[in-house]
Design a protein. Structure first.
Length: 372
């Protein structure tokens, strides 16, 4: 490590240039990763934050909520296994709402839930609603950007039914649309008011049953309830329309960024290693062990990678503070650790090419070339 630090002090401009390149690459990787995670969260946050680990859907619905149609018969059968408090119905409908307050339209997803059950929304501001409340809703705070505030009146464009916003929930979106929570009484009225042939006139009172259950109870439900399938939360999320294809494209982009970063860094250090061939040969002739020389090369890469990564993290967090609220961006500690570990790992992997070059240096040949 002494040799690595001394060389970096001697050639400050060269290593500063490499550090800037590593800084830009790591910042790009972190920023794209944050955008990918933010887009994912904007797509699935309502499901991801639900206190349920399993969902019951119709067997031929391809594990997709909106294609599933269930009735009270299935709900009662499921509750007989897990109990009333551990099973709750969920009906959902994507729609467009308008408000005369600011003359705006917004795409939303209505979630009809039992306001005393497992899926009751956690209000962060405003008032809750009950199962007997009529004409009131709780909305995701993201609708505040569209001018929909507590006390605003919104109108469902499909049915013409009006609702008063009584409270906000946080981080509750589905398929990139804010969620609007209503009780089952208003949901039934909405279904009766929708034009014939639309999605909500399926004749089913709800789409999904959310469960808080163990594996044994899941097996009992599958055996006792006909025409249903029990899926995990992960399976439910992966089948949200557009989620898998969107994340697949972004993950491929991030993977290519890691590969490109490793390749660029490997080339830079390989070129520097070639320039120092004679120096490594002289050190070998003086009896310097190969392990010491290898650690010198790897140590330089590690120092530069960690330093540039630390600065890029600060830049990423700073950028997040100035991004508009409408831009989805999220970096969790686990994501940061994974991304940082992969970046350092790819950098060290690229340095192995330089180590292999050093190992092949012939001391006598390098000395002869240096003296020529």
């Amino acid at each position: 490590m002494f040799l690595a630090l001394r060389e970096m002090r001697h050639s400050k401009a060269r290593y500063l240039l490499i550090m800037v390149i590593m800084l830009l690459v790591s910042f790009l990787v972190l920023f794209v990763t944050g955008l990918a995670r933010g887009l994912a969260y904007a797509n699935i946050s309502a499901i991801e934050n639900m206190p349920a680990n399993y969902y019951v859907v119709q067997k031929d619905a391809d594990q997709t909520f909106r294609r599933s149609q269930l009735t009270d018969t299935e709900l009662n059968s499921v509750r007989a296994v897990v109990g009333d408090n551990n099973a709750s119905s969920l009906a959902l409908q994507m729609s467009t709402v308008t408000t005369n307050d600011v003359d705006t339209k917004a795409d939303v997803t209505f979630f009809a839930v039992d306001m005393n059950g497992l899926l009751a929304p956690k209000v962060i501001e405003g008032d809750k609603i009950t199962n007997d409340t009529q004409g009131s809703v709780i909305v995701d705070r993201g609708l505040e950007q569209s001018g929909i505030k507590i006390g605003s009146t919104i109108q469902d464009q499909a049915t013409g039914k009006e609702f008063k916003v009584t409270g906000y929930v946080e981080n509750s979106s589905y398929s990139h649309t804010p969620v609007v929570y209503i009780n089952n009484k208003d949901w039934q009225e909405m279904r009766q008011g929708v034009n014939q042939g639309s999605e909500a006139t399926s004749g089913a009172p709800f789409n999904v049953i959310a469960l808080n259950a163990n594996a044994g109870q899941v097996d009992k439900i599958s055996a006792s309830t006909k025409n249903v399938e029990v899926i995990t939360q992960k399976e439910a999320i992966s089948n949200i329309p557009g989620y898998s294809s969107e994340q697949g494209s972004l993950l491929m982009m991030i993977a290519f960024l890691f590969v490109i970063a490793g390749f660029v860094l490997a080339v830079f250090f390989y070129v520097i290693t070639i320039q120092k061939t004679s120096q490594f040969g002289i050190l070998k002739a003086m009896g310097t062990k190969m392990s010491y020389l290898a650690w010198s090369v790897v140590g330089q890469v590690m120092i530069l990678a960690i330093a540039s990564l630390s600065i890029s993290l600060l830049l990423t967090f700073g950028m997040n503070q100035v991004l508009p609220d409408t831009m989805p961006f999220q970096l969790e500690p686990s994501t940061i650790l994974l991304t940082s570990g992969l970046f350092v790992g790819m950098s060290l992997l690229g340095s192995l090419i330089s180590v292999a070059k050093v190992a092949k240096v012939d001391a006598l040949e390098a000395i002869g070339r240096a003296g020529a």
